[in-house]
Design a protein around this ligand. Sequence first.
Ligand SMILES: CC(C)(COP(=O)(O)OP(=O)(O)OC[C@H]1O[C@@H](n2cnc3c(N)ncnc32)[C@H](O)[C@@H]1OP(=O)(O)O)[C@@H](O)C(=O)NCCC(=O)NCCS
Length: 218
Amino acid sequence: MNKNDFIIRLETKNDYYEVENLAREAFWNLSFPGCSEHYFMHVLRQHEAFIPELDYVVEYKGKTVGSVMYSVSKLIDENGSEKPVLTMGPICVLPEFQRKGLSKMLLEYTFAKAVEMGYDTVINFGNPDNYVARGYKSCKKFNVSLENDCYPAALLVKELKAGALDGRKWVYYQNNADAPCDNEEEVERYDSLFPPKVKAWQPIQEEFYIHSHSSITW
Ligand SMILES: CC(C)(COP(=O)(O)OP(=O)(O)OC[C@H]1O[C@@H](n2cnc3c(N)ncnc32)[C@H](O)[C@@H]1OP(=O)(O)O)[C@@H](O)C(=O)NCCC(=O)NCCS
């Protein structure tokens, strides 16, 4: 595969089904039997926090093989000052196109766009394996916690501009765009619009549980 065959471009309405189907292929059975990321994309695009200018896909010979989306969230410091930050996700690449540097291409491209738009920080929950090579660090290193003073191991922070978080204590308030995904019936209904797929347990779901329930305490 030639790197020049991959085109990064903004998502259009015509891509929605194919992109959601690719998310379904990428996330299926990863964190629990089935997945909800295709439904999340559907509701995220309609949420006020969604940033259409950072909604990019990678195309290969007319086929959409990767996608990344962003939304706005906020950090609040101890004096109550608010700072808008980017929440990255979902990001996904079709399984047969993974480990070829496509998410690297997508992230580096969209980080540069984000800087042009004036953002200086990107935050997301995720498996550190996927992000540390992109310059993300533990939230603890930037003094960014959740409201209950918890520093989740999966809460990853990247300064797009060095020093943007300047060492003060911050609390991360993620937008609530993913709240509808808790509605299992709706997720199920939306899933029925796609080709049938078998839900199954696999060991990686335990890894996901461990990552998503761990926090850093020292
Ligand atoms: C995670 C995902 C988006 C990565 O996309 P990708 O195109 O395969 O990633 P890349 O080939 O660009 O690799 C990026 C880096 O992550 C590393 N990496 C990728 N997958 C990895 C894995 N499973 N384990 C360890 N490292 C991994 C690569 O070695 C690479 O590091 P490098 O830049 O130092 O070479 C893709 O695997 C995917 O869609 N997975 C399913 C959905 C998902 O988990 N999304 C992220 C939610 S947290």
